[in-house]
Design a protein around this ligand. Structure first.
Ligand SMILES: Cc1cc2nc3c(=O)[nH]c(=O)nc-3n(C[C@H](O)[C@H](O)[C@H](O)COP(=O)(O)O)c2cc1C
Ligand SMILES: Nc1ncnc2c1ncn2[C@@H]1O[C@H](COP(=O)(O)OP(=O)(O)OP(=O)(O)O)[C@@H](O)[C@H]1O
Length: 143
């Protein structure tokens, strides 16, 4: 049976276990295509520290990931059309509206399910669970 094609996406600036938790859920659903957001399109939080290509290369090297590409500069649905996924998996805390994405997919004739991943709690004291927390820790410890 052919594996379902699954899109995961995000910034993936400083990799952490929350990213792995998200990508594990994507891998459970099928073949994982990750769209790595362009720096210029990260607008809801501080810009990534790590360059675009480096973030893509780090994500591509993970065994959970089958393919990683840098996102489009203007139209986030261009890579989606190219990948032609069966599922788009949104992160548990992502601001994207599943209904709006489903409508945009419909408009472009892409037959694809939109699902939301779960989050997870830290497994031990001090586990660093977001890029922001890693940056804060560096500031506390090294500056
Ligand atoms: C289905 C989907 C496709 C996306 N494709 C792209 C893309 O091609 N290029 C890009 O820069 N961002 C893309 N994004 C957006 C980013 O993954 C995400 O919004 C990013 O981390 C930017 O952070 P912000 O939206 O919180 O500012 C896509 C998001 C979704 C839901
Ligand atoms: N703790 C977590 N649990 C589950 N999924 C997570 C967690 N942290 C991030 N993710 C998911 O990983 C994907 C990529 O996350 P992204 O790099 O965009 O944000 P982030 O690491 O949370 O960054 P920041 O800390 O700067 O907000 C998103 O879909 C996000 O929901």
């Amino acid at each position: 049976m052919t594996r379902r094609r699954v899109i995961a996406q995000g910034t993936f600036d400083l990799l952490h276990p929350g990213h792995l938790h998200y990508l594990e859920q994507a891998a459970d659903l099928g073949e994982v295509f990750v769209i790595v957001a362009r720096r210029e399109n990260v607008t809801h939080k501080p810009k990534p520290v790590v360059p675009d290509r480096q973030r893509r290369d780090m994500v591509a090297a993970l065994s959970l990931v089958d393919h990683a590409v840098l996102g489009h500069r203007e139209d986030i649905f261009v890579p989606v059309e190219e990948i032609d996924p069966d599922v788009i998996l949104l992160g548990h805390d992502q601001h994207h509206d599943p209904a709006a994405i489903a409508a945009a997919l419909d408009e472009r004739g892409i037959d694809c399910e939109v699902r939301r991943a779960t989050g997870r709690a830290p497994r031990y004291e001090g586990e660093l669970f977001s890029t922001r927390d890693i940056v804060d820790r560096i500031r506390e410890e090294r500056c």
